[in-house]
Design a protein around this ligand. Sequence first.
Ligand code: NAP
Length: 296
Amino acid sequence: MNKPFTFAVIGGDLRQAKLAEMLSSDGHYVLAFALEKSEMPSTVRQVSDIRDAICPADCIILPLPVTGKAGYLNTPLSAEICPLDEIFSPIRDHQLVCAGRVCDDTLKAAEKYGLRIVDYFAREELAVLNAVCTAEGAIAIAMDNTAITLCGAKILVLGFGRIGKLLSHRLRGLGADVHVSARSHSDRAWIKAYGYKPMNTLALAGKLRDFDIIINTIPAPVLDEDLLREVDKDCLLMDLASKPGGIDFSAAARLGHHAIWALSLPGEAAPVTSGEIIRDTIYNILHEEEESSWIT
Ligand code: NAP
């Protein structure tokens, strides 16, 4: 990007507030709406009419996730209740709209106004770096919810995707005895090659005793009631996967397990880093859009 941009940063949590601050300290002109409960530097102009933010903007940044209640902007740092229609109606063709975790209903609402939304949450660079925040957040929760050190703890990580890889690496760095499950032969070969103990996600029965901590990263049902019966009662269970998650929490409660569904960790554990990750991803998007002459 060769020139300063005008950004409208609209709604969202502390990540979005930090994002506004960072864009402004990078020399851009930043208008913020529905972030009034956060402290902002004077260089960010907070406006009370959404049109004052949207109309002058080159790029409109909506939050992650873009909606809270269906059809309404996610505004945890504001008293504003803002229907998506109010945001979309003043946006014009030449403006770039970026938003996080855009659901089908939001896309349909945007289509009514002929708008294209770029979902920054779907970008791989954001997913990878978000996984770092998630892995660190998971480790903090594990430390807070166990009476043992992670050094020497026997830990099973279910899934060897972005979070599974980064989490296993960090747990081993802390001295844990790390077991990792994957469903593919190739992933289990990589798990072995990294020095972790491989397990088959599709054949966990009979292998879940004696773990101190089991952390799921697989976004599909994995630990059902039968498997949970095998898990020791003093084992901490943590699910990092988005809904529907991988642990049967009702069965876990019935069986008396300590089970935690730890969602939204990047925003909670590292809002500043998360804001930086979103900013860098937006810059990448703008750069690509410039190259493809979306912005002239
Ligand atoms: P990812 O890179 O796609 O990894 C998912 C892993 O799950 C892969 O190892 C995949 O195996 C495995 N998997 C998927 N479906 C499976 C199935 N039916 N049976 C067995 N294994 C299966 O995803 P990620 O980035 O690590 O994210 C994992 C989850 O965490 C997602 O739900 C994501 O939305 C969520 N998340 C949570 C937080 C938080 O704060 N808690 C933050 C970010 C993301 P294959 O490679 O064989 O498909």
